[in-house]
Ligand binder design. Structure first.
Ligand code: ADP
Length: 867
């Protein structure tokens, strides 16, 4: 028996009958009197009874007639957490201990068992809860009966502590509730978290409950839910690494997969931690691992306001709760993931840039009947492939067709075809590809009608879906928009058609041309050869021509001087290399059996990016022109020859007459010697012109033979400069030579002709006069060349005239020339260049119109073929 701090025990008090019980009052007198009336034997008996009562495991409370507490035993005091104050009125008592029914509502005074017993009722096992001074609740089963000793003397209350049973019952009920809620929850993961923490708080009376989820990759615990009767404590970590030290109860439970417990913080914690525990009114804590088949899902932990020893039964119960929670979280997580995947898929299908319809197959009932299909799903674009008869049935609603058997509805030809494909896919079990269908985006609600006018092209793919046994229950129709491909294809077809027409036109034009046209590709393979070209080569087709080796008897291409054209010099080959050219050739015409002359223009063919993709050559027959040219040359040559004979005779007689005239002969009219001198000079001029023509004829027939010999160039030029100077009054002719003597092997007369011509041009084309500077430069090295420059201050030459300056009969027309009426045949520079060329030399001109020209001749000291 435990002594209370209030001094002698109740039993002692009971034994000492003389001691008044509690405060004395009128009402208390009676029981006292009752006791004092007892005899000694009775007293002993009472003592025995008292001893028994005190040792009873059940609490005993004795009330007097007025309902005041007159006696209690140890067990009752223990139950109420303190010695029950004696003399307390039962109504006050009920208020003091907050006596309540199990559902928590306070017991009204008339229902209070003491009152009921005093009213004559016998109460059996009324279950009530009481609150102890320390705030803890205890559950009691109370039986009460009136104490009647002839008359009503009071009431006796017997109390049994049923806290443990109630706790178990409540746990079981809460567990059941938790299970039900978790099973019944919509698998919304957050709802699951909330249910767990709030139920745990209810079951355990915990101040704070937390739920942490484990992330195995990072080995961290993440707080996902918290239930608290305190404001949220910010110092509580939201993420914890389970390997961190010092460990928390949660990380400990996570590491060990076992519950971690602090039954009493004041014992196990110190310093800061204890401070915190106190501040948050934490008396004890437990963390439970949440495991699904040994896999850690997370931890569940809670704090109780008072110290608490978790016994085995409680831990086992909590283990069950934890398992239940772990499974619920696991399921919800999996479900959430699945539904996210499903939502993603659904979204994907819905917004697929293709129409998708799932048909459920309805097998045929008899052998004769055909199976049918029911639309079970359609996405946004699906309407676009639907045959009009089905579309009509949909009545503009997205799901207007869903559930309908379509065979009966299909009335148009397109629907028949669709059914045919579906049947084919079902029967073969293979993917069936439908035909191209032209359809307008359907005006079904929610379908893409952004371009309602636009016709689109679709192609359907029908995919039978087999189950595990290989049977087809569903068929998917996937309608792909192939508008782009169709449009592109049509455009290409159109282009091909246009290209074909163009090619035909071009071919007609080309083949009608008299000029020979040949076109090759970038490889040099002949692609187009027109009729004129085929005739020239004496072949029937391009292929035939392409097979012929080059050069061969039929394809003899020669330069105009007769040397064969090398393969790399052929016009198409040069054009393929990027050159644009015009060149004259001689070739053997197979059809005519004789040589023909052709002027060939060739150019590369470029694509849009400038890449050479081939070459084209157009050959014009210039045989006629050449012939005319030849006849003209022949005529000139002949005329010159013919003119020379009478001229020689005329010149001879003039010489004779001049020589016979005495300057002192006064009989002679003064006009006569002047006339004769003029005749002589004009005859000389005429001879020079005739000689020029003859020279041209010689050059053309390759008869310009040079006679090389030792020549001192400075002396030669000096002499010509002197003659030129004397022939004009308006010009000053100067000469500079470095060195003073330049010896070499040249044709003296021909070189004299070259410089005389250049000097006479310099005079002729500077009609206003001026200085003519002649310079000779040689560095003394016999391997180097000598340069002779003749510079005038005359009319000059337009830049675009320079390229044809050295051609035959090229008289470069200019206003100044006409103005000054300068005469000439236009062959002087041609002959000059031919002579310089024959010396392996070069001739160049630099000129500024209006300011003068400089002709520069360079000559090797010993031209190669001079022996
Ligand atoms: P021509 O007999 O007409 O002088 P050339 O062959 O000597 O024939 O010269 C050809 C053309 O070159 C001339 O018609 C003239 O226009 C031009 N030419 C030649 N030399 C000069 C020069 N020094 N200054 C200007 N033009 C010149």
């Amino acid at each position: 028996m435990v002594k209370t701090q209030r001094g002698p025990s109740r039993a002692d008090q009971r034994l000492d009958s003389t001691t008044p019980v509690a405060e004395t009052s009128e009402e208390q007198q009676e029981p006292e009197r009752t006791v004092t009336r007892e005899t000694g034997a009775l007293i002993r008996e009472r003592a025995t009874i008292n001893l028994l009562v005190d040792n009873l495991s059940e609490g005993v409370i004795l009330l007097d007639r007025q309902g005041r507490v007159v006696d209690t035993n140890e067990a009752a005091d223990r139950l109420f957490g303190e010695p029950i104050p004696l003399g307390m009125d039962s109504i006050e008592f009920a208020r003091h201990y907050r006596v309540a029914t199990p559902d928590g509502s306070l017991v009204p005074p008339e229902r209070e068992p003491g009152r009921r017993a005093l009213a004559g009722e016998t109460v059996r096992g009324q279950e009530l809860s009481i609150e102890r001074p320390d705030g803890r609740r205890a559950y009691v089963s109370i039986s009460a009966s009136p104490v009647v000793d002839g008359e009503l003397r009071g009431a006796l209350l017997l109390l049994r502590d049923i806290s443990e049973r109630v706790r178990r019952d409540r746990e079981a009920a809460a567990f059941q509730l938790l299970s039900q809620q978790l099973a019944g929850s919509e698998l919304d993961i957050n709802a699951v978290y909330k249910t767990i923490v709030s139920r745990i708080s209810e079951i355990t009376g915990a101040g704070v409950v937390r739920l942490l989820l484990y992330e195995s990759e990072t080995r961290t615990l993440h707080r996902v839910a918290r239930h608290s009767s305190f404001p949220l404590d910010l110092r509580e970590p939201v993420v914890q690494n389970i390997d961190d030290e010092p460990a928390t109860l949660d990380t400990l439970a996570a590491r060990t997969h076992l519950p971690a417990v602090v039954p009493e913080f004041s014992v196990y914690a110190a310093g800061n931690e204890l401070e915190m525990a106190r501040a948050q009114q934490v008396g004890s804590s437990i963390a439970l691992p949440l495991l699904v088949r040994d896999d850690l899902v997370g931890t569940l932990s809670y704090d109780l306001p008072e110290p608490h020893t978790f016994d085995d039964a409680e831990i086992a119960f909590l283990g069950m709760v934890a398992t239940q929670s772990a499974i619920a979280i696991h399921n919800a997580t999996v479900f959430q993931q699945r539904s996210r995947e499903r939502a993603f898929l659904a979204d994907l299908i819905e917004h697929l840039p293709a129409g998708l319809i799932v048909f459920e197959r309805i097998p045929a009932v008899s052998q004769r009947a055909r199976g049918d299909y029911r639309v079970s799903m359609m996405n946004m674009l699906a309407g676009t492939y639907l045959p009009p008869s089905l579309l009509q049935r949909a009545q503009g609603r997205r799901n207007g067709l869903v559930g309908l058997r379509i065979r009966r509805l299909a009335t148009d030809e397109r629907a028949e075809r669709l059914l045919g494909w579906l049947d084919e896919a079902v029967e073969s079990g293979q993917i069936v590809r439908g035909e191209e269908v032209q359809a307008q985006p359907a005006a079904l609600e929610g379908s893409d009608t952004s371009d309602p006018q636009g016709m689109r092209f679709w192609i359907g793919t029908i995919v039978p879906l087999r189950d595990r046994r290989g049977e087809v229950h569903e068929v998917v129709l996937l309608a792909t928009n192939i508008t782009e491909q169709v449009v592109t294809r049509r455009r290409i077809e159109e282009l091909v058609r246009i290209a074909g027409t163009r090619a035909a036109e071009l071919e007609a034009t080309v083949s009608a041309m008299n000029d020979a046209v040949t076109v090759c590709d970038s490889e040099g393979t002949l692609r187009i050869v027109n009729r004129a070209a085929l005739t020239t080569y004496g072949v029937e087709s391009v292929a035939q021509l392409a097979r012929m080796p080059i050069p061969c008897e039929r394809i003899q291409l020669r330069h105009t001087n007769g040397t064969p054209v090398l393969p790399e010099e052929r016009p198409l080959t040069r054009a393929l290399a990027g050159e644009t050219l015009q060149h004259d050739y001689t070739m053997f015409h197979h059809g005519l059996g004789r040589d023909i002359h052709r002027r060939t223009s060739a150019a590369p063919v470029l694509d849009a990016s400038g890449t050479i993709i081939g070459a084209v050559a157009v050959e014009t027959d210039i045989t006629g022109l050449i012939e005319v040219d030849r006849l003209k040359d022949e005529f000139f040559s002949m005329a010159a020859h013919e003119l020379r004979t009478p001229l020689t005779a005329m010149k001879g007689y003039v010489q004779i007459l001049l020589r016979q005239l005495s300057p002192f002969d006064s009989d002679v009219e003064p006009i006569i010697p002047r006339a004769l001198a003029t005749l002589r000079d004009q005859g000389d001029r005429m001879e020079r012109l005739i000689n020029e023509l003859l020279d041209v004829a010689r050059i053309d027939t390759g008869q310009l033979d040079l006679r090389f010999g030792a020549v001192e160039l400075v002396g030669l030029v000096e002499q010509l400069v002197g003659e030129t100077g004397r022939s004009t009054q308006r010009h000053t002719v100067t000469l500079t030579a470095e060195p003073r003597a330049i010896p070499g092997r040249w044709d003296r007369d021909r070189l004299a002709q070259v410089f005389a011509n250049l000097l006479s041009n310099a005079v002729k084309y500077s009609p206003e006069g001026g200085t003519i500077e002649v310079s000779l430069r040689w560095d003394g090295d016999p391997a180097h060349t000598v340069a002779v420059a003749i510079r005038d201050q005359g009319v000059g030459i337009e830049p675009d005239a320079i390229p044809r300056l050295f051609a035959r009969y090229s008289r470069v027309g200019s206003d100044s020339r006409n103005h000054y009426q300068i005469s000439g045949l236009g062959v002087g520079l041609y002959i000059t260049k031919q002579i310089v060329d024959a010396h392996n030399g070069t001739i160049h001109v630099a000129s500024t119109p209006g300011h003068g020209s400089t002709f520069t001749v360079t000559l090797p000291m010993h031209p190669k073929d001079t022996g």
